[in-house]
Design a protein around this ligand. Structure first.
Ligand code: SF4
Length: 159
């Protein structure tokens, strides 16, 4: 039988964000998707895939900022999605877009297991418009340098 797909699902687990970019068009709200809600969504999606003979689900995680929820939230979400997809004998591939501000090695398991160590991000060097929260209006140059230092990578001399 012919199969179609993949089916793309843009999943926003939260609209919270830890940045305050001047160019942001996102309407930020409190709260995040619960695991129960995620389970309902994914089961409905898998039911649709089975009906429509769609083999593969591509889940694109965006926000808000997807690293606002704790890594444990993603581990459980990973299990929920995997279980639903397996029960329908479908395949799933995961993609993520993050500003990486909240990245630490606590996230490594999730990034490796779910996303194959691949993360989409953007930096607006020289970075006059992306701002961090917490009352400090730092620009992207400082934000990027901070991230490189956390990863023990050399920051660019030009910022
Ligand atoms: S990182 Fe994205 S969602 Fe967050 S404030 Fe900046 S543009 Fe908006």
């Amino acid at each position: 039988m012919m199969t179609r797909g993949p089916l793309s699902l843009i999943l926003l687990p939260t609209l919270l964000c830890d940045a305050d970019c001047e160019f942001c068009i996102q309407k930020k709200t409190d709260g995040q998707l619960t695991h129960d809600e995620l389970s309902v969504v994914v089961r409905k999606v898998v039911d649709h895939m089975v009906r429509e003979h769609i083999e593969t689900l591509s889940v694109y995680r965006q926000g808000g900022e997807v690293m606002t929820p704790a890594p444990e939230w993603f581990e459980e979400a990973h299990g929920i999605i995997g279980e639903a997809v397996n029960s329908g004998r479908r395949r799933v591939e995961h993609f993520v877009q993050s500003n990486l501000i909240a990245y630490s090695d606590r996230r490594d398991w999730v990034l490796a297991q779910m996303f194959g160590n691949s993360v989409g991000t953007s930096m607006d060097y020289p970075g006059l418009h992306r701002k961090l929260k917490r009352g400090v209006r730092r620009n992207t140059t400082e934000y990027g340098r901070g991230m490189f230092e956390r990863q023990e990578m050399p920051a660019s001399k030009s910022g």
